[in-house]
Design a protein around this ligand. Structure first.
Ligand code: PLP
Length: 390
């Protein structure tokens, strides 16, 4: 239809003008570290496969065995016939790891966030959300139709002021934040947020997509502090360090029972395929068995940050903010020419004026490559970034 195509073409022209048009690049991930793109072998410093489990032989074998035993798909919603026996085992394991009474596995992390928040709060309620929280946490907050008030990144003084002012007008209040911020790599101030949540009778929810497996002894951001923090709603994903796909919520028995009944993305979506559940179980085995291995991505990120003079890494994610989208694209192209794949991160994934390179570190990154990358970033990149900056 002409009007439809004209609309799309107009929108794309606008994106082009602002250097924000994104295109898919075919990428053959050869293992947990190396990729092939347009016939070139590159070392990737931008995957979330922190423990290189996407290609781990034991994880692949577990997935293959589950397909042979249970089939490829789940066949229906978990509330109909899709609840294959592996789910219970994974949910017990996740709950144990996270120190909660129960857990619920969703089709993905995005689906989890889009389903959890609207199941717990509604139009008369209040949601306070860190401004830099992941897009799908925002999606859940908006879908709930609650009053959504963003707070400045990790600013607990503002959280306190907002609760003081608004809490009394709403029957229920939720504080939502990433545990590890996906584009910045820093940890949320969970002990302070937990204390405020208790004081104002608000419910604290963390999105721990980038914490599970690599932070807090593998148990996630809740366990990254001197004392474990009381977080009654711990959400996460199986798609990063776990190496597969799927999302989850760890919470109390009644909350999980309610989620089974009220979360639309759980009730009305097909259960996660058995292979992914089996892969997650094998990944948890490995993380619990090999804490030294699970600690490597953070250690490597710290080394890189030290070598480049960037602030100390708190997670395997190290951002280098360059400003404008064009500058981030140029910096990414420069690294690619030297054999490093580091995708430029542009708005709206990050706020305008904070386009960046987001370096991620995995257990298997060779130290020599990290040193080569750090040398390049330290010497060549700042000059290149300056020369393309407006
Ligand atoms: C912080 C955060 N939350 C949620 C998600 C969504 O998880 P999934 O990819 O499993 O849908 C992601 C990943 O894209 C993320 O980075």
């Amino acid at each position: 239809m002409q009007s439809l195509d004209d609309f799309a073409a107009g929108k794309l022209r606008e994106l082009d003008r602002n250097n924000l048009h994104r295109v898919l690049a075919e990428t053959d991930r050869l293992d947990g570290v190396w990729v092939e793109r347009a016939g070139r072998r590159l070392i990737s410093f931008c995957c979330n496969d922190y423990l290189n489990l996407t290609h781990h032989p034991a994880i692949k074998a577990a997935a293959t065995a589950a397909i042979a035993r249970y089939g490829v798909g789940s066949g229906a919603s978990r509330l109909v016939t899709g609840n294959h026996p592996l789910f219970g085992e994974l949910e017990r394991r996740l709950a144990r790891l996270k120190g909660s009474a129960a857990a619920c596995v969703f089709g993905s992390g995005y689906l989890a966030n889009a389903g959890i928040i609207p199941a717990l709060v509604g139009s008369t309620d209040l949601v306070l959300i860190d401004e830099l929280s992941h897009a799908c946490l925002w999606t859940g907050a908006r879908l709930s139709r609650a009053t959504v008030l963003p707070f400045r990144h990790s600013d607990t003084t503002q959280v306190e002021a907002l609760l003081d002012r608004h809490r009394g007008r709403h029957p229920r209040a939720l504080i939502a934040t990433d545990g590890v911020f996906s584009m910045d790599g820093d940890l949320a101030p969970l002990p302070q947020l937990s204390a405020l949540a208790k004081r104002f009778d608000a419910w604290l929810m963390t999105d721990d997509a980038h914490g599970l497996g690599v932070i807090g002894g593998g148990r996630g951001s809740t366990f990254a502090y001197p004392k474990p923090v009381d977080v009654p709603l711990q959400m996460g994903t199986l798609s990063k360090a776990i190496g597969g796909y799927g999302g989850y919520l760890c919470a109390s028995d009644p909350v999980i029972d309610l989620i089974h009944n009220r979360a639309r993305t759980f009730v009305y979506a097909t259960g996660l395929p058995p292979a992914m559940v089996a892969a997650a179980l094998a990944a948890l085995d490995l993380i619990e068995r090999e804490p030294g291995y699970a600690a490597l991505p953070l250690a490597k990120a710290k080394t890189f940050a030290r070598l480049t003079g960037l602030p100390e890494a708190q997670s395997p994610i190290v951002p280098l903010i360059v400003g404008e989208a064009e500058a981030a694209l140029a910096a990414s192209r420069l690294l690619e020419a030297e054999g490093f794949l580091v995708t430029a991160i542009r708005p709206p994934t990050v706020p305008a004026g904070t386009a960046r390179l987001r370096f991620t570190f995995t257990a298997a990154h060779p130290d020599g490559e990290i040193e080569r990358l750090a040398a390049l970033v330290g010497k060549v990149l700042p000059r290149q970034v300056e020369s393309v900056a407006p």
